[in-house]
Design a protein around this ligand. Structure first.
Ligand SMILES: *Cc1c(COP(=O)(O)O)cnc(C)c1O
Length: 235
């Protein structure tokens, strides 16, 4: 397990890099939300990051988060689901997360809508559409050509609040080669805003090895795991 001191150090290093990248793009560091992706790491690591000031966390599996959340119920943090959501887990996810950042299917969105609606008085569930920015068919995410139709459907759901887009570009050693994918997501967002006539202020893009380039291309949220919590065991 990574020590508290190490997490604190990692976190401040990442925050410095965010600020520097934002400044290069004529933006301010505070405009960018850092989401610590804590998958595979224990509740104690999440608590350590929280105590060092981190307030947004991302998990990629409903079940894994169900196992950790009881130990963290006292934290006033925002919990994001950043991984692909299977439709049979949507009802559970609606009660476990503040934000689902990976919607790519209207059936899943409808299940979230129904489950969220059953909890009276709960605020709308914040969601992002995951857009597939590379050609490969096997990848998650809605195709660019289909994003407009999906956005219209999701935006119409009363217990859901669509606020933006996210993407997971290919992992490429040379981060300059990832830049066009981030740029594409921003362009898709800009044209969707015109198409559906509503604001989509959030762009969730950039991970440990490429978040600086993502910020230069307009990311408002970056999802950083290894650079904060240490590397994960290889699958
Ligand atoms: C794991 C994960 C991240 C963080 O990846 P790192 O390379 O550890 O920063 C970001 N987004 C999603 C969707 C992930 O599953």
């Amino acid at each position: 397990m990574v020590e508290q001191e190490q997490i604190r150090e990692n976190l401040s290093r990442v925050q410095e890099r965010i600020t520097a990248a934002a400044q290069r793009a004529g933006r301010r560091g505070e405009e960018i939300t850092l989401i610590g992706v804590s998958k595979t790491h224990p509740a104690e690591a999440i608590r350590a990051a929280y105590e060092s000031g981190l307030r947004h966390f991302g998990e990629n599996r409903v079940q894994e988060w169900e196992g950790k959340r009881a130990a963290l119920a006292d934290l006033n943090a925002t919990w994001h689901l950043v991984g692909h959501l299977q439709s049979n887990k949507a009802a559970r996810a609606a009660g476990l997360f503040h934000s689902v950042d990976s919607i790519d299917d209207s059936g899943v969105a409808q299940r979230l809508q129904r489950a969220r609606g059953e909890v009276t008085g709960s605020p709308k569930l914040r969601v992002l559409l995951e857009v597939r920015v590379e050609e490969e068919e096997s990848k998650n995410g809605v195709k660019i050509e289909e994003a407009g139709a999906l956005a219209e459907k999701v935006a119409a759901l009363s217990h859901i609040e669509l606020v933006g887009l996210m993407c997971i570009p290919p992992f490429l050693e040379d981060v300059e080669k990832v830049r066009p994918y981030f740029c594409r997501l921003r362009e898709v967002r800009d044209s969707l805003v015109r198409e559906i006539g509503r604001d989509l202020p959030v762009l969730s893009m950039g991970m440990s090895h490429d978040f600086e380039v993502a910020i230069e291309e307009g990311a408002t949220e970056v999802r950083v795991g290894a650079a904060i919590f240490g590397s994960r065991p290889v699958k």
